[in-house]
Design a protein around this ligand. Structure first.
Ligand code: PMP
Length: 457
């Protein structure tokens, strides 16, 4: 169907305004603007109803690993469609989800061989929280008093109530406080704005020491610590300092506390390794993945864990030890088929191996961006970058929130054919891993130009 055929572009715009409630979107403002409606895509480019092209600078919400309309991925879905589009995992199996579970067990950190499928990042983490909670009641010897969780300031783990309870982004989460369980909170390892007032050059990772102390003090009641390895994404792309994750893992081991690694945003190559945990050879008790699992094609997620957890859920059908959690589309065969094709492309297709060249290019742009007068900090890890804009570099004073600078720069970029989303005044660049080097260069040049031409006042 072309844009001029029924429904017309005008009708689509009207129906969008009348019916579609967009997530994380102030809808009053949305209704006043002309909506951007994507009609098709190819590679790292998206095209709207008028045929205008946009560079997909944030991988369509941090998930599109290889780009769009990738022949092998399209083919994998097409082939599976000819067999079965959906069949349940409740008590029966399907071929692609079995193959995918096997593949995930092979590529994940050692020992994470048990795979529980779901359909979003939020559910992948929610499953881990519920499993950790139930595990302590059923393991031998049982420790039913271990019911609490610890998480970082600025954490984001999804939008279900369990995830929001461990999350800590005031703007998103405070509203729901009366519905949430209490979580132990430790400082974010934000080296640019150290919550402990320390300098990265001289600090002794006091933030991890505080986490270690908490784990030791509260081990009796602590079920698990949940963390985003690599970077705290929604907090503003805050990288964990070297050794942070390793020390956290060691502390949780010492005190028999579980570790939940939320790799929803960083899994599948984003930080340069298949999983961010692998930078420090950390094996968590739960590895939560989604977004990039299916190459960003279909809603697909998984929570991986090891046998000690799994064994605690065995017992006869009436024992009450079963994990009573599941979703209609858990282990969807189309999602599993495209996930297999995506992982193949990352490994055998050489996408992971070819990442270094793109990462080096991004590093060079990060260096250049650091010189701009309104850039306070550039945080780059693998093929992701957060550029924090500040009014005063010396004092790190942010721009007034009312100025909505991040939002306005992204709007300007959109008019120029670049789609990125800000996290307040942190501009996020996170293109598909397989983006052409020349297109990545152009993307960064646009971002650089948009920032360098933004007036201070
Ligand atoms: N965890 C992290 C670290 C995330 O970045 C996100 C989404 N941005 C989620 C969980 C939730 O994933 P989803 O949007 O698929 O529910």
């Amino acid at each position: 169907m072309t844009a001029s055929a029924f429904p017309s572009r005008q009708e689509l715009e009207d129906w969008d305004r009348q019916h579609v409630w967009h997530p994380f979107t102030p809808m009053q403002e949305y209704a006043q603007e002309r909506p951007l409606i994507i009609e098709r895509a190819e590679g790292a480019m998206l095209y709207d109803l008028d045929g205008n092209a946009y560079i997909d600078g944030v991988s369509s919400m941090w998930c599109n690993v290889h780009g769009h309309c990738v022949p092998e991925l399209d083919q994998a879905i097409h082939d599976q469609l000819g067999k079965v589009a959906h069949s349940t995992l409740l008590g029966i199996g399907n071929v692609p989800s079995i193959r995918l579970a096997r593949k995930l067990a092979e590529i994940a950190p050692e020992g994470l061989t048990r795979v529980f499928f779901s359909d979003s990042g939020a559910t992948a983490v929610e499953v881990a929280l519920k499993m950790a909670f139930q595990f302590w009641q059923q393991t031998t010897p049982a420790k039913p008093q271990k019911t609490r969780f610890a998480a970082l300031q600025g954490a984001y783990h999804g939008d279900t109530l369990g995830d929001v309870s461990v999350g800590d982004i005031g703007r998103f989460h405070n509203r729901f406080k009366p519905l949430l369980f209490e979580t132990f909170r430790v400082p974010s390892p934000n080296c640019y704005r150290c919550p402990m007032g320390l300098q990265p050059t001289s600090c002794l990772l006091e933030c991890v020491q505080e986490l270690e102390r908490l784990i030791e003090r509260e081990a009796e009641q602590l079920a698990a610590v949940v963390i985003e390895p690599g970077v705290q994404g929604a907090a503003g792309m805050i990288p964990l300092p070297a050794n942070y994750l390793r020390r956290l893992r060691d502390a949780t081991h010492r005190h028999d506390v579980l570790l939940i690694a939320d790799e929803v945003a960083v899994g599948f190559g984003r930080t340069g390794t298949m999983f961010a945990c692998q930078h420090e050879s950390v094996v968590p008790d739960f590895l939560c993945v989604a977004k990039g699992l299916s190459g960003g094609y279909l809603p697909m997620a998984a929570t991986l864990t090891h046998d000690r957890i799994f064994q605690a859920f065995l017992g006869d059908a009436l024992s009450g030890t079963t994990f009573f959690h599941g979703h209609t589309f858990t282990g969807n065969p189309l999602g599993a088929a495209v996930s297999l094709a995506s992982i193949d492309r990352l490994l055998e297709g050489g996408v992971l191996a070819g990442l270094a060249e793109r990462v080096q290019l991004l590093q060079r742009w990060a260096e250049r961006l650091r010189d701009l007068p309104i850039v306070g900090n550039v945080r780059q890890l693998g093929l992701l970058m957060g550029v924090e804009l500040v009014q005063n570099r010396e004092t790190k004073t942010p721009f007034p929130a009312e100025r909505r600078l991040g939002h306005h720069i992204c709007r300007k970029l959109r008019e120029q054919g670049v789609l990125i989303r800000p996290l307040r005044d942190v501009l996020v660049v996170m293109p598909p891993l397989g983006i052409d080097v020349s297109l990545l260069d152009r993307l960064c040049e646009f971002v650089y130009h948009a920032i360098s031409t933004t007036p201070m006042e």
